[in-house]
Structures are given as structure tokens and as C-alpha cells.
Design a protein around this ligand. Structure first.
Ligand code: PGA
Length: 252
């Protein structure tokens, strides 16, 4: 039984004050939902304040990134040790980090290891670019990303995967439910081959890329899809609430 998850990736949006207002707007409504894991991933600087605000609620907290060294002379970076205790989840390998900050498979692998070592649950993002999709290389690309991200890692903890086709992120051009489900099925198969049938069956795999309250039902009605990583729409309380509520109704 895979509990669905809706995670909001706020990216580089919201001041601390704005983050607090957004959480206040969603908290009361989300408290009534108990069959969906709800995770907010605000900027680092708001984690502490939001952690206080959601105490006693069913909302969980995630970071958007981490550095793989535990401490030292790495100006501006935030480590796993700093996040442990502040949040439960951490997004790793988002395509924006791969694209704008040159994160390679090896870096992503080190970050997954660093997160797992301190008990943080990684939400590992993989997905193909438009030209790769058009060249029919989706399967090859996600398989390569999965294998390099998890190379040498024996125990996945509760690691989640987010399948996020790059061409669907922030573009308003979501994949179809069927397309997303097909690729997620393939990723699940890969995990089963790399680890075991049991782990393949248990791992939660989310879809991400232009999910909104308007199209959420299409994704959530696919049995392979265990939830969503939501960017733009997670910054609007009514949109995020709409996605969570539909997930709660559609997923048993
Ligand atoms: P989007 O972003 O929902 O704005 O497309 C998704 C993501 O990048 O995680």
C-alpha cells in the first residue's frame, strides 16, 4: 500500500513573511486530510519558521537541495546535518539544478547518500529533456539517471522518485496521464531490477511538471502514479488545496 504524496516545491519564491502567510492559508484545510502525505518545500530560510507553524499538523517539511559534505569551507552551502531535525524530506537532482548548477549524476548520487546517512528522505528527480523525448530516448535517459543517482546505494530508506519531464516543468505543457504512467511504470520496473520486486512495488513515484488543480485528477487516477511534485501551483493556496483534496478522493 503506497500512501500518496503531494509535495510543493516553492523554488526560489516567497520571503519568510510570504511563506508564513501561504502556510496559514493552507494549514487549516489540510488538517482534515489524513490519507495523503503533504510536504512543503520552501526556501531554506523559511524552514525554521514553517516548522513552528505546522507543529501538531499532518503537514511535513522538505528542503529543495543540500550539499553533500557535512561541514566545512563551502561558502553558501547547506548540509544534511543542518537539515536533519529541521525537515524530513529533501529534493535531490531537480532538473533546474542539473541544468543551471551543473549537477552531474555523480553529484546527485553523493547528495542522495548524504541525505540517507542522516535519515533525511530524498525525493529524487529524474526526467528527460524535450529533444531527448522527441528523439525517442526517454527510456534510456531516465534509466541512466536512475542508475547513476543510485549507484552503490544498497538501502533506499523511504526514498521517493519524482518523474519530471523537463519539457513539462513550468511550461503549462503537462505530460498526459498515460505518458506519465508509462514512464513511471518503466522506472518502477528498473527499481525492481536494481533492488527487488518488493522494493519496486513499494517505492513511491510521483509525477511532476505543470500539475494544477485542473489536471491533477488525470494523473491521480493512474494507479502507477503515487502523487505529484508541484511547482508553480503550490504557491497558490487554492490550487495546492485542490490538488491535495482530489488526490485524497481519488486514491483509496
Ligand atoms: P511546475 O514545476 O509544477 O511549475 O511545472 C514542477 C517542479 O519543478 O517540480
Amino acid at each position: 500500500m503506497r500512501v500518496p504524496m503531494i509535495a510543493g516545491n516553492w523554488k526560489m519564491n516567497t520571503t519568510v513573511g510570504e511563506a508564513i502567510e501561504l502556510v496559514k492559508a493552507i494549514r487549516a484545510e489540510l488538517d482534515r486530510i489524513d490519507n495523503v502525505d503533504m510536504v512543503l518545500c520552501p526556501p531554506f530560510i523559511s524552514l525554521s519558521a514553517i516548522g513552528e507553524l505546522i507543529k501538531g499538523s499532518s503537514i511535513k517539511l522538505g528542503a529543495q537541495n543540500l550539499y553533500f559534505e557535512e561541514k566545512g569551507a563551502y561558502t553558501g552551502e547547506v548540509s544534511s546535518l543542518m537539515l536533519a531535525g529541521l525537515c524530513e524530506f529533501v529534493i535531490v537532482g531537480h532538473s533546474e539544478r542539473r541544468q543551471y548548477f551543473n549537477e552531474t549524476g555523480e553529484i546527485v548520487n553523493n547528495k542522495v547518500r548524504a541525505a540517507l546517512k542522516v535519515g533525511l528522505t530524498p525525493i529524487l528527480c529524474i526526467g528527460e529533456r524535450l529533444e531527448e523525448n522527441e528523439a525517442g530516448r526517454t527510456k534510456e535517459v531516465v534509466t541512466e539517471q536512475l542508475e547513476s543517482s543510485l549507484a552503490g546505494i544498497d538501502c533506499l530508506g523511504g526514498l521517493l522518485i519524482a518523474y519530471e519531464p523537463v519539457w513539462a516543468i513550468g511550461t503549462g505543457r503537462a505530460a498526459s496521464g498515460e505518458q506519465a504512467s508509462d514512464t513511471i511504470g518503466l522506472i518502477r520496473r528498473n527499481v525492481a531490477d536494481l533492488y527487488s520486486e518488493k522494493i519496486g512495488g513499494e517505492i513511491r513515484i510521483l509525477y511532476g511538471g505543470s500539475v494544477t488543480a485542473e489536471n491533477a485528477a488525470e494523473f491521480m487516477s493512474q494507479p502507477e502514479i503515487d502523487g505529484a511534485l508541484v511547482g508553480g501551483a503550490s504557491l497558490k493556496a487554492d490550487q495546492f488545496l485542490g490538488i491535495v483534496k482530489q488526490t485524497s478522493e481519488i486514491k483509496p
